[in-house]
Design a protein around this ligand. Structure first.
Ligand SMILES: Cc1cc2nc3c(=O)[nH]c(=O)nc-3n(C[C@H](O)[C@H](O)[C@H](O)COP(=O)(O)OP(=O)(O)OC[C@H]3O[C@@H](n4cnc5c(N)ncnc54)[C@H](O)[C@@H]3O)c2cc1C
Length: 331
């Protein structure tokens, strides 16, 4: 039987485990149980990105696959809190609307609304709203956990200290004995933390969500910041930190709290909504997918599209890994 070792059990590693297992590969996931961006309490499935309105070439296929997986997992008995009822993008002016309009692919369902037609009462000042009925939100941690559990992968809760095309070395501390796991294929899906543990530099961006005792809006609303329902209430999220070359321990400068609330108020009236806590995570940009020169397979650098594209890219990668093993010698 073909075997695979996956470093990292975030959405990249969990999706890879799921699709490899579907192909009959016996998978072991090594996960440090430290920071995972994938544990974001509420992630948007939003194909129209940022303030430029860019749409990734594979966004529609990625969105469809993510929703199919959520359904399959639910049918298999896993709880994945989510809402598939659309995403609203308020836009500040005509120029932004034109820019967004230029980027939208013809097969993306959308409706242009005047602010007063919006399904969510918007704060004053917005000129237009773009309604994307295929979008929505999901609980990142629940989705990731469900994929991993459904894969049947064995999970080793340790940090990988080294790896080659066929081995992963585990060593709890520099003085403890090292031991090696061996497999036909090794995949590195370590995200922001993993790149830093591998002593690589890149573009790491921290972002913070305030958790709310109830959802400020019944569907996600996003421009500059986002409001979304979550499993236990709602979230208000935004990215304000400058990109950093490595992962750093997530934190929230107190000054940012007022800034974040102001961003939320600019979207809609937050009256009656209470902040219950915060969640801060770091994501890595600069997509790397495929087999690298050291023979290790890689899926990382999903940026802010981890749940939109991660499962789709992991499915492609699993196909490549399985195909390569058919012709490869045993380790
Ligand atoms: C604030 C915020 C909001 C976001 N909002 C959205 C959104 O709305 N929509 C969306 O699609 N995406 C969103 N994202 C992006 C998304 O969360 C990430 O793209 C995605 O989670 C990255 O997944 P990953 O599996 O690559 O990495 P991670 O989730 O970071 O997982 C990596 C895992 O690998 C483990 N690991 C690393 N190195 C090692 C090692 N050497 N040994 C063992 N284990 C290791 C870590 O402990 C971790 O568990 C958001 C991210 C943040 C931070």
């Amino acid at each position: 039987m073909t075997t695979a070792l996956i470093i990292g059990g975030g959405i990249a590693g969990a999706s890879a485990a799921y699709f490899l297992a579907n192909r009959g590969v016996e998978v072991t996931v090594v996960d440090a149980g430290r920071h995972a961006a994938s544990h974001v309490p509420s992630a948007l499935i939003n194909p129209v990105r940022g303030q430029s309105g860019g749409v990734d070439a594979r966004a529609l296929a990625g969105m469809a696959l993510t929703w199919t997986l959520v359904q399959d997992l639910q049918n298999a008995g896993f709880a994945v809190p989510h809402g598939q009822g659309g995403v609203l993008r308020p836009l500040p002016d005509d120029r932004t609307r034109e820019r967004f309009g230029r980027n939208l692919p013809p097969d993306l369902e959308r409706r242009w609304l005047a602010p007063e037609e919006s399904p969510v009462p918007l704060s004053p000042g917005w000129a237009h709203a773009l309604w994307l009925p295929q979008g929505g939100w999901l609980d990142g941690a629940a989705f990731t956990r469900a994929l991993l559990a459904a894969s049947g992968a064995m999970v080793v809760r340790e940090q990988a200290a080294g790896w080659t095309a066929h081995t992963v070395t585990l060593q709890a501390s520099p003085t403890s004995p090292a031991r090696s796991l061996t497999a036909h294929a090794v995949l590195h899906c370590g995200g922001s933390l993993g790149a830093t543990l591998a002593r690589e530099t890149g573009t790491h961006r921290m972002g913070t969500l305030l958790t709310l005792d109830r959802a400020a809006t019944h569907v996600p609303v996003s421009f500059g910041a986002y409001l979304a329902p979550s499993a236990v209430g709602g979230v208000l999220g935004a990215t304000f930190e400058a990109p950093a070359p490595t992962w750093t321990e997530p934190g929230l400068p107190l000054a940012s709290l007022g800034w974040l609330l102001g961003k939320g108020e600019a979207l809609t009236d937050l009256g009656g909504v209470n902040v219950t806590g915060r969640w801060t995570g770091s994501r890595l940009s600069g997509l790397r997918v495929g087999r690298e020169s050291d023979g290790v397979w890689r899926l990382s650098g999903l940026g802010s599209k981890g749940f939109l594209l991660g499962p789709l890219l992991a499915r492609d990668l699993a196909t490549q890994v399985a195909a390569a093993q058919e012709t490869a010698p045993s380790p």
